[in-house]
Ligand binder design. Structure first.
Ligand SMILES: Cc1cc2nc3c(=O)[nH]c(=O)nc-3n(C[C@H](O)[C@H](O)[C@H](O)COP(=O)(O)OP(=O)(O)OC[C@H]3O[C@@H](n4cnc5c(N)ncnc54)[C@H](O)[C@@H]3O)c2cc1C
Length: 296
């Protein structure tokens, strides 16, 4: 049954004008505060009483907290960068096409104008669409608190549904994508063509040399408690010739790696079968580009 939508509960609202100010507030209200970015996930959850907070700390007035910069060690995407800006960025389209493809299949234009990528990661939804492309692109996240910062591989970030390694006094300030030679692709299966959550999503990255998979990475969403890497698929395929038979054989391994559930959107059996289909598809795409949004 859908949770009842009510007006927002009473809370204190604070909008600091610097990152330092936000970090100090988080320290002061540790465990009682929630951060607000685009609000497209948090506000509906608060109205449904699925999330609570005594204090909401709005990050939107912090200058210089959004934008995409190319540095020596890779692309740095600021914590408040909106999905639309990332999707439209020529740098992202060129260096991380799977990410641009994934965002183009998320929600709707008004939501993409407001929602942030970091907000999508911090929801820690198993179906968060930016997670599979970021996982195959070997992304890291920069996490700061009032004392300092740490940089963590995204593959270590998710612990379970709505659970991450982020501590209550920390803010995710950047996503870092290393620049690497290779191609990436994303595919999403939903109940409609657009404006829909993933039933299964998949992303792949590959660097092909001499007709072989020199490096290959696969990640899936909505088929386990967290977004996952398909390590067995990768091991099977690494060093193999790029052909349909090798891809199909390696993609079969994903069935042993997924742990899907049955819910209102699909059965576990269907998700497992579709995990194979989408894995095969993204692996074929990384050879020659393209992306897919399918309906059931
Ligand atoms: C109609 C609709 C359609 C949607 N479609 C999709 C879809 O197709 N695919 C999909 O994956 N999602 C979808 N979503 C979910 C949501 O829009 C996304 O997850 C969005 O990217 C969340 O970003 P936000 O900036 O709005 O996050 P917010 O709602 O502001 O925050 C989400 C969570 O992240 C935390 N947070 C935000 N920023 C930071 C930070 N810098 N550091 C630490 N914690 C932080 C907040 O405290 C909160 O817990 C949809 C939502 C709606 C309402």
């Amino acid at each position: 049954m859908e949770a009842e939508v009510r007006p927002l509960p009473k809370m204190d609202y604070m909008a600091p004008s610097s990152l330092k100010g936000a970090l100090n507030l988080l320290k002061k209200y540790k465990g009682k505060a929630r951060l607000l970015a685009g609000g497209t996930d948090l506000i509906p959850k608060m109205k449904k009483r699925m999330a609570t907070a005594e204090v909401v700390i709005d990050l939107n007035r912090i200058p210089g907290f959004s934008g995409i910069k190319l540095r020596k060690d890779g692309l740095h995407i600021g914590g408040l960068t909106r999905l639309a800006e990332i999707m439209q960025s020529p740098l992202i389209k060129e260096k991380a096409p799977a990410l641009a493809q994934a965002i183009s299949m998320m929600a709707s234009p008004p939501i993409r104008n407001r929602a942030t990528m970091v907000g999508n990661l911090c929801t820690a939804s198993p179906a968060a669409d930016t997670a599979p492309p970021l996982l195959v692109l070997n992304a890291s996240v920069k996490i700061q608190n009032a004392q300092g910062e740490r940089i963590v591989s995204l593959s270590e970030f998710f612990l379970g549904p709505e659970q991450t390694i982020r501590r209550a006094d920390e803010i995710l300030t950047e996503v870092i994508l290393p620049i690497q030679e290779g191609n990436s692709a994303f595919s999403k299966l939903g109940r409609r063509k657009a404006f829909t959550l993933s039933v299964v999503s998949a992303a792949a990255f590959a660097r092909i040399r001499g007709g072989k998979f020199e490096e290959v990475r696969v990640a899936l969403g909505a088929v386990a408690p967290t977004p996952i890497r398909g390590r067995k698929v990768e091991e099977t395929l690494r060093g193999s010739e790029v052909n349909e038979q090798n891809i199909a054989q390696a993609a079969e391994c994903i069935k042993e790696e997924v742990k899907p559930i049955t819910d209102v959107r699909a059965s576990a059996e269907y998700r497992k079968e579709m995990s194979y289909i989408l894995t095969k598809r993204v692996l074929e795409q990384v050879g020659w580009g393209g992306s897919h949004a399918d309906t059931i």
